[in-house]
Ligand binder design. Structure first.
Ligand SMILES: [Zn+2]
Length: 273
């Protein structure tokens, strides 16, 4: 599933190519990809509007449109956006937005778990999926104080707590494993047992690893592609995720894998306490 760095990579790539373009036509072979409003209303409301800006919140992409509307997209497992003049003939392309410069902004999703919403910008506060989202880890509001304050509310293991979007927005399985390896903390550790120093190490690792992953265009595992059809490069930089049975880069021990919260979790028994 695309996590914060992949969604941010998509946002940056789309921003360069679609801002200022008008949406001339709207088509879908799977209208349910639009969660709210009905597809008919969605299509009539966005037709003729201009794409003014793009933002990201956690793993959500936000397209600000003229007329005070925002289109919000969550890619879930296999969703991706592409911008092209030569759209491939694919049954997995569920939404086509014809743009005024001759390109088509298209949404493709093999497993169809992704969703799109259209809301009035003034109703942002009422958009339920945002109401519960935690701190944006690359924002100024993400301080050691704010982070440890959030953690203090939880008693379960740190892996599960970092995966919870209500704590830090945008982290997922890959980056949580990377963060905890970098911080030297075992994923199974209960949050109340963490020392201040360990929390500080986790806090710093979150910022550092996410920023580095964005710099490398995200991680391509399974089928993440950028809107240009390219892949990310951070998979070459992963230190622990997906390395079960291989040698730890740090101590030459063997990387372990266990399941926590239903997710494959990678760690090193000697480097992570
Ligand atoms: Zn190790």
């Amino acid at each position: 599933m695309p996590e914060l760095p992949e969604v941010e990579t998509v946002r940056r790539a789309l921003e360069k190519r679609i801002i200022g373009r008008k949406i001339l036509a709207v088509e879908s072979n799977f209208p349910k990809i639009v969660s709210t409003p009905s597809f008919k209303t969605f299509a009539s409301q966005i037709k003729g509007s201009k794409i003014e800006a793009m933002f990201r919140r956690g793993k959500f992409l936000i397209f600000d449109l003229s007329g005070g509307l925002s289109m919000i997209s969550h890619l879930r497992m296999t969703g991706h956006w592409l911008v092209t003049k030569n759209l491939p003939d694919s049954k997995f392309i569920h939404l086509k937005l014809k743009l005024s410069d001759g390109h088509t902004l298209a949404y493709s999703d093999i497993r169809k778990f992704g969703r799109i919403w259209l809301i009035e910008r003034q109703d942002f506060a009422l958009f339920k999926p945002f109401a519960k989202l935690g701190i944006e880890p690359l924002s100024k509001g993400f301080t050691m104080e704010a982070f440890s304050g959030r953690l203090a509310k939880y008693k379960n293991n740190i892996k599960q707590v970092l995966l919870n979007q209500q704590v830090v927005a945008g982290l997922g399985n890959i980056y949580v494993d990377e963060v905890l390896f970098s911080a030297g903390v075992r994923p199974s550790r209960k949050v109340p047992s963490l020392t201040k120093t360990e929390i500080l190490k986790i806090f710093k690792a979150i910022r550092r690893i996410l920023a580095l992953a964005i710099k490398h265009g995200g991680t391509t595992v399974e089928n993440f592609t950028t809107p240009e059809g390219g892949t990310g490069y951070f998979q070459n930089k992963l230190k622990i995720y997906g390395r079960k049975g291989q040698k730890c880069y740090n101590c030459k021990g063997t990387v372990s894998r266990i399941v926590i919260a239903g997710r494959g979790t990678h760690f090193c028994k000697s480097c992570q306490k």
